[in-house]
Design a binder for this molecule. Structure first.
Ligand SMILES: [Zn+2]
Length: 273
């Protein structure tokens, strides 16, 4: 129980840092310096007003100095990150590859936070920060090595999963460049190519295919529903693919590629009925 409470608290604290990233990265500002200040009156926010979620509630969503409203998005991001951490620690995917429970918690939590950051930026700006993609590749490589060293994966599968990175990258780049020529506009972002490639390091080549398939199906269904609801005349609007690809990846990460591959009829059956 104490473990889960600690996860919620740490998750909220990291959520507070994610708010800084969300706010400063698009403005090309440093995410470390200076300390947080009110965007309206520029006054430095005191340390006791930086307690995740609670400070916002105590201040009733207003700046202590100038009384201007502080968006509810800040506590929302903190709560969301907490819940994502709780969710992933509870499910503990890939538990067999970690010899140390603390290492599993740290890596899985940072991975889910990174996916959250990627999805947010793609959703809001149709852009994925390169640093987040690099971090995803790095964690993917760590998982790949751990699967080989501790998970009993044989060396040939290790190399196949490793070359999945360039394979997925080039497939998506070919689609992107040809799509651009045919439709005279961007059909995919370059970030999507890096995203599917990095994901494949984490979940392997088989998992990569499954994750892309799930992502495309969910994207097609959701975007069609959104199009009908918005009753938009712009039938070819841009939409972010990243969050859907991430969703596919999370499904494969949690359920396991081999498990999914072996039981796909049952999974679809359970999903529909
Ligand atoms: Zn202020």
């Amino acid at each position: 129980m104490i473990k889960y409470i600690a996860i919620l608290i740490f998750g909220a604290c990291v959520g507070s840092f994610i708010n800084v990233i969300f706010y400063r990265l698009p403005k090309d500002k440093s995410i470390i310096y200076p300390n947080s200040s009110c965007p309206d009156c520029n006054s430095r926010i005191k340390f006791y007003d930086l307690i995740p979620v609670l400070s916002w509630i105590f201040l009733k969503g207003k700046c202590r100095v100038c009384n201007s409203a502080i968006s509810y998005n800040y506590p929302l991001v903190e709560v969301l990150n907490s819940l994502l951490w709780l969710f992933i620690v509870f499910l503990n995917p890939y538990s067999t590859i970690f010899l140390n429970e603390k290492l599993a918690v740290v890596l899985n939590c940072f991975l889910i936070t990174n996916i959250f950051i990627i999805s947010y930026f793609d959703f809001k700006y149709l852009w994925i920060p390169k640093r987040a993609l690099d971090f995803l590749s790095f964690i993917g490589l760590v998982y790949l090595f751990l699967k080989y060293l501790n998970g009993g994966q044989n060396i040939s599968i290790f190399f196949i999963d490793l070359i999945a990175y360039p394979i997925f990258y080039f497939i998506f780049e070919i689609i992107r460049k040809n799509g651009q020529k045919i439709y005279k506009k961007e059909v995919l972002g370059k970030g999507d190519s890096f995203l599917v490639a990095s994901n494949s390091l984490l979940i392997g080549i088989k998992g990569g295919f499954l994750a892309i398939t799930i992502g495309f199906i969910v994207a097609a269904v959701c975007e069609t529903i959104l199009l009908i609801l918005n009753n938009s005349k712009r039938s070819l609007r841009y939409f972010p693919l990243g969050p859907y690809l991430c969703l596919g990846m999370i499904c494969v990460w949690i359920i396991g590629a081999d498990n999914m591959w072996a039981n796909w009829e049952m999974l679809i059956f359970n999903f529909i009925f």
